[in-house]
Design a protein around this ligand. Structure first.
Ligand SMILES: C[S@@+](CC[C@H](N)C(=O)[O-])C[C@H]1O[C@@H](n2cnc3c(N)ncnc32)[C@H](O)[C@@H]1O
Length: 221
């Protein structure tokens, strides 16, 4: 990732230049946890609202099992709960961010200290109707391959809702990974909101992706 300034807010900009090192990310967010909401609110962050509303468009069942991956202080969970969802689990790399999320009272299960790339060690494969991740596929955070881990956690026929900040989309192989997964029938593109509102410094794409149900093998004939 380049050294160019991405955000006019110093705390946000520093986070976006952490180069994906989980130890640095964890330490940074542990320090930032108490003032995170204030900083991102002052930057006009609308990612959680956009992501949650997009999920609602395709998942009417408010009893569906949801996983908020990289839940941070719980802003996505709060939006989902406002929309009526009741079974929301979450995890984050930072324990202190997860503590803030716990205080929201909207999550069923929350785990801190979880690296998205190893999330299948802690969460059962194919156990969620939908996985949502907002603000994590962003510069300095996770590589595109983290999407494949989240895909494993979704049940066949389930959904993934992901935001990709514009600089992240432009500078990583996220689109190439999506193309490969679609070609290999591991993923379907349901909706892509391009250049949608994210915060005052920039925009994001929001993806609704489906995990296909494997075709039944025709055994009898
Ligand atoms: C910009 S915040 C977004 C938090 C929340 N989803 C939101 O929209 O407010 C990014 C979050 O990703 C978490 N994170 C960064 N790298 C991670 C990783 N490898 N695994 C899990 N979480 C990670 C950080 O700890 C932080 O809480």
């Amino acid at each position: 990732m380049s050294d160019d300034k991405i955000s006019s807010n110093p705390a946000i900009d520093a986070a976006l230049h952490l180069d994906g090192d989980p130890q640095k990310l964890r330490a940074y967010y542990d320090d930032w946890a108490r003032s995170y909401n204030l900083d991102i609110d002052s930057a006009g962050y609308s990612g959680p609202v956009c992501g949650a509303r997009l999920l609602q468009r395709y998942l009417a069942d408010t009893a569906a099992a949801l996983l908020d991956a990289g839940c941070g202080t719980g802003l996505v969970g709060i939006e989902l709960a406002t929309l009526g969802y009741c079974c929301i689990d979450g995890f984050d790399l930072s324990e202190a961010m997860t503590e803030q999320a716990r205080a929201s009272g909207v999550y069923r299960r929350l785990n801190g200290g979880i690296d998205m790339l190893r999330a299948t060690d802690s969460f059962a494969v194919a156990s969620y109707d939908a996985v949502i991740s907002v603000g994590v596929f962003t510069p300095g955070h996770v590589p595109p391959e983290a999407l494949e881990v989240l895909l494993q956690l979704v049940r066949p026929g389930g959904l993934l809702v992901i935001s990709t900040r514009s600089q992240y989309y432009d500078q990583t192989g996220f689109q190439q990974l999506i193309d490969a997964l679609i070609t290999n029938r591991r993923l379907e593109l349901i909706e892509l909101l391009r250049d949608a509102p994210y915060n005052e410094d920039g925009r994001a794409h929001y993806w609704v992706l489906g995990k296909p149900i494997p075709e039944a093998t025709n055994l009898g004939k």
